[in-house]
Design a protein around this ligand. Structure first.
Ligand code: FAD
Length: 459
């Protein structure tokens, strides 16, 4: 039997257990199907595709040094894959493929269809805990994060994670040829795509920032988070590798959840929670509210307000700075994602699905499970979500998390001369001292918008 490896969102050589198993079975071919039309229908952002292409070049070169050929095949939609896959496998004499699972419904359906034409061995390399392994006493998926986390920890406390060793020696020079259809624009160039640079980012974060993460993580003007989400989203690094790396510095990190260094692991567990959720509730991938009781909400149809939100022109500086950060860089700080998602769904009463789709189309780390989880959390429709009556006040959030306004000033130059005291809601100041022609009027009044949201959610 001739085995090969099928890459998807697991674009790494090291720490890719499924790849290692395939190589140990003799695999010297690897496949990647470039399904642009399918991804466009999933609204994958151009910046993420750019990182994906840059990473595939790295991967192709890296694999070629070990005598493994990466075949990148231009494909269209998942519907056409079984036929294409069969042709590629026939041409190369491949009769068994190893791959890592993707958990979204279209990806699962793709694999089921492909399994009718070739033997597929699927692994769970994108997660620490396999879906279905973290369950309540009655064998169900948890609906609350904290008990999920406790059960997750029970599985791994006392375990030291290791990097699996890579079985081959380098024997060749890198010689991968860029596919003619690649359109690398370097839109994603701020995120290096090579292992050395990425390992440096991981190590620097763990050594210099992890201990302060708990204190710094909510302040967008501070670089207090890891910035690793684009790599996790494409499987360029895996959560197991990250925990192994943390354990080198903090061997008992999983045993001490109250210590500051655990706080970051907690976020990785949120990531696992949302992935387990889409497996347990595949309808989440199809735009359904997690919580049916909110199906009755009458979202407002207001294209103009939506456009202003997208473009960072709501008249609420922290919201506008955040949206401009997203539009300019393809990434947004987590605290800001919560603030803008809350503003769209509560203050503007616009359907979370519109925000979810816009985020996907812009984010370098766009990822269905985390994005859906985050949006439904903010909209209060989700699993273990923010209660509907807790509505973020964008002004007090701004005062608390960007106290001197330095983040706002970075992205909203119209306000660069406004003193910190006034910058969180500068309209009276601008009216008195000039400059209100440059900056947007507030799209809604906070108290009125809050009352309108409460009414809509009560229904
Ligand atoms: P760190 O703070 O360094 O966290 C480390 C890693 O943990 C992250 O890289 C990420 O993989 C994971 N993580 C952190 N916070 C969360 C969280 N709340 N939920 C799930 N995983 C988390 N994350 C995405 O990866 N893709 C998305 O499309 C996405 N959309 C979001 C939409 C909304 C409305 C919200 C509120 C959150 C969303 N998140 C998403 C989660 C979170 O905002 C990002 O993962 C985080 O900001 C990435 O920055 P970082 O790598 O510096 O995170």
């Amino acid at each position: 039997m001739k085995t090969a490896f099928w890459f998807r969102r697991d674009l790494r050589v090291y720490g890719n257990e499924a790849l290692i198993e395939a190589v140990n079975e003799g695999a010297r071919d690897a496949l990647f199907f470039y399904c642009k039309s399918q991804w466009q229908s999933h609204r994958v952002a151009s910046i993420q595709l750019d990182l994906l292409e840059r990473r595939l070049l790295e991967l192709g070169n890296q694999l070629s040094e070990f005598g493994i050929t990466l075949h990148i095949i231009e494909a269209t939609t998942f519907a056409e894959l079984p036929e294409q896959l069969q042709t590629v496998c026939d041409d190369n004499g491949i009769d068994c493929l190893y791959a890592n699972k993707e958990y979204e419904v279209n990806e699962v359906a793709r694999d089921e269809a492909c399994a009718t034409v070739i033997t597929l061995k699927l692994f769970d390399g994108d997660l620490v805990a396999k879906p279905g392994s973290v369950l309540t006493g009655s064998g169900e998926m948890f609906k609350v994060f904290t008990p999920f986390k406790k059960a997750w920890l029970k599985l791994f406390v006392g375990q030291q994670f290791h990097f699996p060793s890579w079985p081959l020696d380098k024997q060749h020079d890198a010689n991968f040829k860029k596919p003619a259809f690649f359109q690398i624009t370097n839109e994603s160039e701020k995120w290096p795509a090579d292992d050395n640079a990425i390992v440096t980012i991981v190590n620097r974060f763990i050594k210099n920032k992890l201990a302060d993460y708990q204190d710094d993580r909510d302040f967008p003007a501070i670089k207090g988070t890891s910035g690793l989400s684009p790599y996790l989203a494409l499987g360029i690094i895996s959560p197991k590798q990250l925990i192994a790396q943390i354990q080198l510095h903090y061997p008992e990190v999983l045993e001490n959840p109250s210590k500051p260094e655990f706080c970051w692991v907690n976020e990785l567990i949120w990531r696992e929670f949302y992935r387990h959720l889409i497996v347990a509730y595949p309808r989440l991938c199809k735009g359904f509210n997690f919580n049916d009781k909110y199906n009755a909400i009458r979202w407002r149809d207001d294209n103009q307000a939506f456009e202003l939100w997208c473009n960072g022109q709501t008249g609420y500086p922290i919201v506008d700075a955040a949206m401009r950060q997203l539009n300019k860089t393809g990434w947004m700080h987590n605290r800001l994602r919560m603030i803008v998602a809350s503003f769209l769904t509560k203050h503007l009463l616009i359907d979370w699905r519109e925000g979810e789709a816009y985020f996907m189309s812009k984010l370098i780390d766009g990822d269905l499970a985390s994005n859906n989880g985050g949006w439904q959390w903010a909209a209060s429709t989700g699993c273990d979500a923010q209660p509907y009556f807790r509505i973020f006040n964008p002004i007090t959030q701004s005062e608390k998390f960007d106290p001197d306004g330095s983040f706002i000033r970075t992205y909203v130059p119209e306000l660069k001369n406004v003193p910190a005291k006034h910058i969180h809601f500068p309209h009276d100041y601008l009216a008195a001292f000039g400059g209100n022609d440059d900056y947007a009027e507030p799209l809604v009044e906070h108290k009125e918008a809050r009352a309108r949201a409460l009414d809509a959610f009560k229904v």
